[in-house]
Design a protein around this ligand. Structure first.
Ligand code: F6P
Length: 357
């Protein structure tokens, strides 16, 4: 008999259900005895003992279903070692529930923060497998994360829609794309949807260069310009500030996000109508795209294989189109950022896309 726990933690994304289905299909197809326990709302369920024994019917018909059948929540890593409001030791509580159920392992689906806690639980002696989930694609040690492709499709659709209206009105349009501190999603969606200017955190922008790029288009007879701006984009000036100083600046800023600041600066400099669209959480919603469904099925199957072999303590990653096991201790706490000199950036620039640098 194999007893496996599952939890989905952090911000959700489109292919969490597909990944859990992949794990369970891989296990049930190759093991005789299997019990799967699902913890509700991520680490919260593991801390407070909120779980349910799942059956095969729970995994039926969920390949194409967005969200997560288990629910999710953000439980910051930095607070894990701090007792909750009732003095409960969260790490001890998680270990207690794991041992109470006599689990062979815990499969944890989540992003960077989730991965750090997964590694902490590994260090505490639990058998852990991590699956790399996030639309941000910022998990170190894997070529790609699941949710990323689905989010690209949505962000690119948003930019596509903006293109037609931008052209009718001779305006500048900004589409603000998610991605937290990295620019992967903006970079791919921006290129895919033909954005003229792409701003990402890894390449700080200069507003004068943005104005120049817009002016160049106007001179070439193009009445409109579309910018894809990462929510974490930062100006060259702000990039020089310390983390604390930048935080203070944001707190005092009259703008809800960087895109609105860029829009105001463009209007002031060039006197052109500039509009901002923020697709926000739509980028994490809806059905996973077929690529993500296939990716999650592969990662899930590879996780099941590792469980059957009793090989724990790893993230199941994609490297060069192969599933691989990457030790959690080697990757937890690291961020995968866009290299400003990466071929994709060079190619985009070669086509005339401005990065405002
Ligand atoms: O990590 C996924 C993500 O969607 C980021 O792109 C974004 O910055 C963040 O989560 C939003 O978090 P929340 O859903 O807590 O508002």
């Amino acid at each position: 008999m194999r007893k496996v726990g599952l939890l989905t933690s952090g911000g959700d994304c489109q292919a969490l259900n597909a990944a859990m289905r992949g794990v369970v299909k891989g296990l049930s197809n190759n093991l005789d005895g299997l019990e799967v326990y699902g913890f509700y709302e991520g680490y919260k369920g593991l801390i407070y003992g909120k779980y349910r024994l799942l059956t095969s019917s729970d995994f039926s018909g969920i390949l194409t279903k967005g969200g997560t059948i288990l629910g999710s929540s953000r439980q910051p890593f930095k607070l894990m070692r701090q007792p909750d409001e009732n003095g409960l030791d969260k790490v001890e509580a998680m270990k207690h529930n794991y041992y109470k159920l006599n689990l062979d392992c815990l499969v944890i689906l989540g992003g960077n923060g989730t991965q750090k806690t997964a590694n902490l639980l590994r260090e505490e002696g639990l058998n852990i497998i991590h699956l790399p989930k996030t639309i941000d694609n910022d998990i170190y040690g894997t070529d790609v994360t699941f949710g990323f492709q689905s989010a690209i499709n949505i962000a690119a659709d948003a930019i596509d829609c903006i293109h037609t209206t931008a052209a009718s009105h001779n305006r500048v349009f900004i589409v603000e794309v998610m991605g937290h501190k990295v620019g992967w999603l903006t970079l791919y969606a921006g290129i895919a949807a033909g954005a003229d200017i792409i701003l990402i955190p890894e390449i700080p922008y200069d507003i004068d260069k943005i104005a120049e790029a817009i002016h160049k288009r106007t001179k070439a007879g193009k009445g409109f310009t579309v910018l894809a701006v990462a929510e974490g984009a930062i100006s060259k000036k702000d990039a020089k500030l310390s983390k604390k100083e930048y935080q203070k600046k944001l707190e005092k800023s009259p703008y809800p996000s960087v895109s609105y600041e860029v829009a105001a600066q463009i209007e002031k400099k060039l006197g052109v109508d500039t509009r901002v669209t923020v697709p926000g959480h739509t980028q994490r919603g809806g059905s996973p795209c077929p690529y993500d469904r296939a990716l999650c099925s592969r990662l899930g199957a590879a996780a099941a294989e590792a469980i059957i072999e009793g090989d724990y303590g790893n993230m199941i990653a994609m490297k060069g189109n192969k599933t691989v096991r990457v030790p959690l201790g080697k990757v937890a706490g690291k961020l995968k950022m866009v290299d400003k000199d990466a071929p994709i950036v060079k190619e985009a620039k070669f086509m005339g896309i401005s990065f405002g640098d």
